[in-house]
Design a protein around this ligand. Structure first.
Ligand code: HEC
Length: 461
């Protein structure tokens, strides 16, 4: 339904030309009615179509107003004149049927007033779609300012690393204003006499003078307007438009409070992190690497699945696989070797509760792209754990409730990408058995690994 209303609304600029055409045709006939025999009847017939197509135009126009968020103030006069045009058409139609009270009005009133009303209605309509100066705009087209409007909305480009070197105005304030204010305050549409497409234009102010008050920043018209309640007529941006977010308002406040500087950077101003945080682009950290691998052979996948292993892609389209032996408590290192046919595609393996022993490390080290390995509740002691240092993507390693010898953990020092290692043992405290560097202690989880286990499961999906 929503789409339908939207569609109908958008049809308005198209549909309106129907009644306009009909009216012009009727007027043409009316003004040369002496040349035709049954002119009255034909004009009446055309007026009927004016009424039908005109009503439809009115409806679609109203929908366009509600669906596309025009200000009522903008469309008001066009809307009322549309109704007047429709009423005049109805009047003329009734007049032409004769013998009604309307026939006391001189006939010439109808064609003349219809002509005037469609010209005004049409012009007001044009102002809405093309801007108030659409008739005179071509004259200004050569001024350089006019071209400036066409530059795209400014974009945020801040991130965690570069934000301190960025100027507050151009990197944050301008993109906000560009998104939420400039559509009405630019060189082409200068609502309230105010332009906001550039720093200089903002300082120049609007028809009521400066909008930034350097003596009393909090009294700046620009701030006053955005802080007015949304129901207030003077609130900016107008109610029907996309509103500023709290973070955006806080930032504009800050900018004006520190004197609306143009060039000063966020670092120089010593801006508080929480003010700027909502505008920082998050740099996506990928859990699995982009390897650009071909799709694994479906037959191989089939045969692996038929052995009772759980095999699935880690995410759609990535051609990376995860395997679990959860259903196979007898699964051992020899069977693991058979999986070397998908050596490169395997990025995550869960061998928990299986029958693997320390020989597993040698085989695992031959899967070059492993990111996550789970060996919970297995026989391993950690002998040969050091072989896994060959795995350049290995980030997470689980060895909860095993026969782990704490001494072997020092090998982790050589692991290039390791982020977390879970070694919780229910009946002993590994942390007391070994001495590890602070770096290693920071990544090893000695405690109850059950909670991190759960959260991790989610992330790596
Ligand atoms: C939908 C169009 C529209 C948008 C978007 C818009 N304004 Fe306006 N603005 C107007 C109109 C219309 C006026 C003149 C009527 C009035 O004073 O309320 C105006 C007037 C103003 C004035 C007063 C200028 C003067 O000197 O009288 C300020 C300040 C202002 N706007 C700031 C803003 C800010 C800041 C934003 C963005 C957060 C914004 N406007 C977004 C339409 C808009």
């Amino acid at each position: 339904m929503q789409y339908f209303l939207d569609f109908m609304g958008r049809l308005h600029p198209l549909i309106v030309h129907l009644p306009i055409g009909f009216i012009l045709l009727a007027l043409l006939l009316e003004f040369s009615k002496n040349k035709f025999k049954e002119a009255d009847k034909v004009v009446r017939f055309i007026m009927l179509w004016v009424i039908l197509s005109g009503s439809f135009s009115l409806l679609s126009g109203y929908l366009q107003y509600t669906q596309e968020g025009y200000l009522w103030k903008t469309v008001e006069r066009h809307f009322y004149l549309g109704i007047i045009t429709l009423l005049l058409s109805l009047g003329f139609f009734i007049f032409l049927r004769n013998r009604t009270f309307l026939n006391r009005i001189p006939r010439i009133f109808f064609p003349i007033s219809l002509l005037v009303s469609i010209i005004i209605t049409g012009h007001l309509g044009g102002n809405i779609t093309h801007g108030e100066d659409h008739l005179t705009a071509p004259l200004k087209a050569f001024s350089s300012d006019f071209l400036e409007d066409k530059s795209k909305a400014k974009e945020f480009s801040l991130n965690e690393r570069n934000f301190k070197e960025q100027p507050l105005y151009s990197a944050v304030v301008a993109p906000i204003l560009s998104k939420k204010c400039v559509s009405c305050h630019n060189t082409k549409r200068t609502k309230g006499g105010l332009q906001m497409h550039s720093f200089e234009a903002i300082l120049k102010g609007g028809k009521n003078g400066a909008v930034v008050n350097f003596d009393n920043p909090e009294l700046s018209e620009l701030l006053v307007r955005i802080h007015l309640p949304e129901t207030e007529k003077k609130h900016m941006p107008p109610k029907s438009k996309k509103q500023l977010t709290k973070a955006e308002i806080r930032l504009i406040n800050y900018w004006i409070e520190v004197g609306a500087p143009e060039k000063q950077t966020l670092g120089q101003l010593g801006i508080k992190r929480e003010l700027i945080a909502p505008f920082l682009k998050k740099e996506e950290v990928k859990f699995y690497p982009d390897l650009g691998l071909d799709t694994p052979d479906p037959e191989i996948i089939q045969s692996i699945a038929s052995k009772g292993l759980i095999i699935s892609p880690v995410k759609r389209g990535a051609n990376l696989l995860t395997i679990s032996t959860l259903n196979l408590p007898e699964f051992n290192t020899t069977q693991l070797e058979e999986l070397l046919v998908i050596q490169k595609h395997l990025v995550s393996i869960d061998l928990s509760y299986s029958a693997v022993d320390d020989s597993v490390f040698e085989v695992l080290s031959q899967f070059p792209n492993l990111v996550q390995i789970k060996l919970n509740q297995t026989q391993i002691t950690g002998k040969d754990l050091h072989l896994l240092s060959r795995l350049v993507y290995l980030k997470k390693l689980y060895m909860v409730e095993t026969a782990l010898n704490g001494e072997t953990l020092s090998a982790l020092q050589e692991f290039p990408s390791i982020e977390q290692v879970f070694v919780f043992q229910p009946d002993r405290n590994i942390i007391e058995e070994v001495e590890l560097s602070p770096d290693l202690q920071a990544i090893i989880e000695f405690g109850d690994a059950l909670l991190p286990l759960l959260t991790n499961e989610k992330e790596s999906d």
